[in-house]
Write a protein that binds this ligand. Structure first.
Ligand SMILES: *Cc1c(COP(=O)(O)O)cnc(C)c1O
Length: 382
C-alpha cells in the first residue's frame, strides 16, 4: 500500500520511548519526562495578546501571502540586525515558514535530483536525513565526534562525495549534543562550501538559548556566508512558541527563492494573525528572553551536577536545552535502566544516528520542580 519512501523509514524513535513510558505509568511509576525538547513555560503574555487582537482582523481571515507578510519579514530582518548585526533584504533574503521544520523538510525538493548527495551530521535532528531521502537524494554522513568537539571533520570528507554533494545540513548550537560552533569552524565551512559548490542549510533554532551571557553565533555573521548559505530560524525555542508553527529561512536569495517555489506549490503560507504575533515576539523587550534563559540556566546547572555526580562524562552546554552524557554501551539499555530505577525518561542517543550510540540526551523542558525531583532521585540511585 505504501510508497517506498515511507516503507523504508527508520522506526520512529519516540514511539519506542512512548511505549516504555506507558508501561511504566501503568505500573504506577511517577514519570519525569526529560525526553523531548518542547518548552514547558507558556508563551509570554504580550505575544498571546497580539494574537488575540490579530485574530479579530478580517484581513487575516483570507489566504496569507506565500512568502509571508512583508511586515513579518521586515521584523525578522530587524531582529537579525539587532541580534547579529547582519543586514538582510526582507524582500529577497527572508521567507516565512510554518515552523522551521517545514522549511527544512521542503528544502531538498528544491535542490536535490535523484542520486544527488546531501551531507548530514550524525547524530542529528532526524528531518535532515528523511527529507533528503524523500527528495530521492542520498544522505552522506558526517560523524560528530567528541574528539573533534562534535564538529564535522571537513578534511575527512571524501572529495568524491563532496563533489557530488549539493547541500549540507548543519545545526549549531546543536540538538541533541548541546555543542556550539566557533568562528574558526564557520570560516572553514564557508571555504569548503565554496570549493565544492555546496549550499549550506544551517539550522539555528537555539541561538537565543545560551548561558553565562555568552551569546551564540549566526553563520551569516561571517564574511561570504551569504554566497553559500541560508539559516533556518524559529520562534519556537526562543519564545516558547513550538505550538504556533512559525519560523523563517534567511540568507542566500537564490536558495530562499528555491524553497519559496516549492512551498508555493504545497502550502499557502502562515496564518496572518500568527505572523502578527510573531512580530510582537521578535520585538519583545530584552528582559523577556533573559528571564527564560535564567530559568533554563538553573535547570542546566543542577542537572549537570547530578549527572556528573553519577559518574557520567559530559560537557556543560553553552547553549540549547540538552545535556548529552556518555554512558558507554547500549544507550537504549541505559535508558531502560534509568526509567526502572528513577522514573526518569531520557532519549537514547542512538535514536539520533549511529554515532549517538553510547550517549543519552536529557532535555530541560520539564518544570523546574520536576527537574529538582529528578536530581533527588539520581542522588538516591548512587
Ligand atoms: C526544535 C527544532 C527544530 C524545529 O523547530 P520548529 O521551528 O518548531 O519547526 C528544528 N531543528 C532543530 C534542531 C530543533 O531542535
Amino acid at each position: 500500500m505504501y510508497a517506498d519512501r515511507i516503507k523504508h523509514l527508520p522506526p520512529y524513535l519516540f514511539a519506542a520511548i512512548d511505549k516504555a513510558k506507558q508501561e511504566a505509568r501503568a505500573k504506577g511509576v511517577d514519570i519525569i519526562d526529560l525526553s523531548v525538547g518542547d518548552p514547558d513555560l507558556p508563551t509570554p503574555a504580550h505575544i498571546v495578546e497580539a494574537l488575540c487582537l490579530a485574530a479579530r482582523d478580517p484581513a487575516n481571515h483570507q489566504y496569507p501571502s506565500y512568502e509571508g507578510k512583508l511586515a513579518f519579514r521586515t521584523a525578522v530582518a530587524d531582529w537579525y540586525k539587532r541580534t547579529f548585526n547582519v543586514n538582510l533584504d526582507p524582500q529577497k533574503e527572508v521567507l516565512t515558514l510554518i515552523g522551521s521544520k517545514e522549511g527544512i523538510a521542503h528544502a531538498p525538493l528544491a535542490f536535490i535530483n535523484p542520486g544527488d548527495i546531501a551531507l548530514v551530521p550524525d547524530p542529528a535532528y532526524p528531518v535532515y536525513r528523511t527529507a533528503t531521502a524523500f527528495a530521492g537524494g542520498e544522505p552522506a554522513i558526517m560523524p560528530l565526534l567528541r574528539e573533534n568537539r562534535f564538529l564535522p571533520d571537513l578534511d575527512a570528507i571524501d572529495p568524491a562525495i563532496a563533489n557530488r554533494a549539493k547541500i549540507m545540513f548543519l545545526n549549531y548550537p546543536n540538538n541533541p549534543i548541546g555543542a556550539s560552533a566557533d568562528r574558526a569552524f564557520f570560516k572553514k565551512l564557508i571555504d569548503f562550501a565554496r570549493d565544492y559548490n555546496i549550499m549550506v542549510m544551517h539550522d539555528n533554532p537555539y541561538s537565543e538559548v545560551y548561558y553565562d551571557g555568552e551569546r551564540s553565533l549566526s553563520l551569516l555573521e561571517l564574511e561570504g556566508a551569504r554566497d553559500v548559505a541560508v539559516e533556518f530560524h524559529s520562534l519556537s525555542k526562543t519564545y516558547n512558541m513550538t505550538g504556533w508553527r512559525i519560523g523563517s529561512v534567511v540568507g542566500n536569495a537564490d536558495v530562499v527563492a528555491g524553497i519559496g517555489k516549492i512551498k508555493s506549490n504545497i502550502d499557502s503560507g502562515t496564518f496572518g494573525a500568527v505572523q502578527d504575533a510573531g512580530i510582537a515576539a521578535l520585538q519583545s523587550p530584552k528582559g523577556v528572553v533573559d528571564e527564560i534563559r535564567l530559568v533554563y540556566q538553573h535547570r542546566i546547572e543542577i542537572l549537570y551536577k547530578a549527572l556528573r555526580d553519577q559518574g557520567l562524562e559530559l560537557d556543560k552546554p553553552r547553549a540549547t536545552l540538552y545535556l548529552w552524557a556518555w554512558v558507554g554501551g547500549s544507550s537504549i539499555e541505559y535508558a531502560g535502566r534509568l526509567l526502572d530505577k528513577t522514573g526518569i525518561v531520557a532519549t537514547p542517543g542512538v535514536g539520533f544516528g549511529q554515532y549517538g550510540e553510547g550517549y543519552i540526551r536529557f532535555s530541560i523542558t520539564a518544570p523546574t520542580a520536576r527537574i529538582e525531583l529528578a536530581v533527588e532521585r539520581l542522588e538516591r540511585m548512587k
